[in-house]
Design a protein around this ligand. Structure first.
Ligand code: CTP
Ligand code: CA
Length: 227
């Protein structure tokens, strides 16, 4: 019994994790997406499940296998991701690691858009997608006790992440530098800074796996402290 308590600090708790990119259809064969690999989000879901949490992973299309011990809901668009997340509430902790497309084509064409001699290139009008992290943070009496997001930035990392934490209404933001020369987007390492109400903590560069383990340990400590 003691072994169980030590090895499964999140037993009896529910976790929700978003991961991967979203695909926003232009027409039946084309979409807007981004370079997210889903590695970080999938690793976080696996780490939470290993600590005993009942874990739901809502993921866009990725090459990552479904993590062991995790229930996975595969979605394509931001609207589908938001619907799946809302349906998963209540949960104790939510981690939004997905690279949700900020915009989608305002209307997806029903048939493949054709080119023709002399026809001008089409323009794509965009509409804003639902913000899942902000939505979960404002979920009223269904708000998870701990809501965590990422801030993908290419400049003014900590300043932007601090502002993002406030504007989203979440508890923690893991700020990561996604400038192309860091290799973060799609790569296996991550350098993050944990931004909370009590300040900024710089974590050393480590694998996304190690970021997931460290974050899961912090989540377990926080939920224990708050319960
Ligand atoms: N996020 C989300 N839903 C969206 C957009 C973002 O849940 N529609 C979440 C991401 O999963 C991440 C956090 O919000 O945890 C920040 O995402 P990011 O793209 O860095 O911030 P944005 O608010 O979209 O601002 P911008 O892209 O303009 O920097
Ligand atoms: Ca964004």
């Amino acid at each position: 019994e003691r072994y169980f308590a030590v090895s499964a600090p999140l037993a009896g708790l529910r976790a929700l994790v978003t991961s991967g990119p979203t695909h926003e259809p232009i027409d039946p064969v084309r979409y807007i997406a981004n370079r997210s690999s889903g590695r970080q989000g999938h690793a976080i879901a696996a780490a939470l499940a290993r600590r005993g949490a009942t874990t739901l992973l809502v993921s866009g299309p990725t090459a990552e296998p479904d993590p062991a011990g995790v229930e996975v809901r595969h979605i394509e668009t931001a609207a589908e991701m938001w619907a799946a997340c809302r349906a998963a509430l209540p949960v104790d902790v939510a981690v939004c690691a997905a690279a949700v497309a900020d915009w989608r084509p305002a209307t997806a064409a029903g048939e493949k858009i054709k080119k023709a001699k002399g026809k001008a290139a089409p323009s794509i009008a965009l509409a804003e997608n639902p913000d899942i992290l902000a939505g979960l943070s404002a979920a009223g009496n269904e708000r998870p006790r701990l809501v965590i997001g990422f801030a993908a930035e290419t400049e003014n990392l900590v300043e932007n992440a601090t502002a993002k934490r406030r504007s989203k209404g979440c508890d923690w933001i893991l700020a990561n530098d996604v400038s192309p020369d860091t290799g973060t987007f799609g790569g296996s390492d991550n350098t993050v800074h944990l931004v909370s109400a009590s300040g900024v903590e710089d974590w050393p560069r480590m694998s996304k796996q190690q970021v997931a383990e460290q974050l899961a340990d912090r989540i377990a400590a926080e939920l224990k402290r708050a319960s």
